[in-house]
Design a protein around this ligand. Structure first.
Ligand SMILES: [Zn+2]
Length: 155
């Protein structure tokens, strides 16, 4: 579950760094909002997608290392790969993407690098003939429904 970052450990470390940086600088409400964003990033949205798609009868492989960006889900028979993206880390531009007020230039360049890596991985996957689906955490339901739709039509 790397979500375009190097590893889970890296992700946890980053999450912890955000929390540490914020402890003394923002009010309690803002802090808990950011912390819940960091926490939910680790498993929840991807698990929701996996459960729903599995329940609908589709089987997939997880994080195939042999594909660019190790997509979260791969449906080999359909030539479809899926990334479940956390809005903040992947720079969705929605209202979940507000920068922490401290170290904002660090976060901006970190997220810009993530976006560049995402674009590169997606272009490579497409050139290999894969259909790339992005599901954003702010539109989990919509993303899942669109994916199930496409899978249903590919049968
Ligand atoms: Zn979003």
């Amino acid at each position: 579950m790397t979500h375009g970052l190097r590893s889970n450990d890296d992700q946890l470390l980053l999450g912890r760094r955000v929390v540490i940086a914020l402890v003394d600088t923002v009010d309690k409400k803002t802090r808990s909002k950011i912390m819940s964003r960091v926490r939910s990033k680790n498993t929840r949205p991807e698990m929701v997608v996996r459960r729903r798609v599995h329940a609908a009868g589709y089987r997939y492989r997880l994080h195939r290392k042999d594909l660019p960006g190790s997509p979260d889900l791969t449906f080999s028979r359909f030539k479809i790969v899926v990334f479940v993206h956390g809005c903040f880390w992947h720079g969705h531009g929605c209202d979940r993407c507000r920068m922490p007020s401290t170290n904002s230039s660090y976060w901006r360049s970190k997220i810009e690098r993530n976006k560049q890596r995402d674009r590169k991985n997606q272009a490579e996957l497409k050139s290999l003939g894969w259909d790339v689906h992005i599901i954003w955490e702010c539109d989990l339901e919509g993303g899942i429904n669109r994916l199930l739709d496409v899978l249903g039509r590919s049968k």
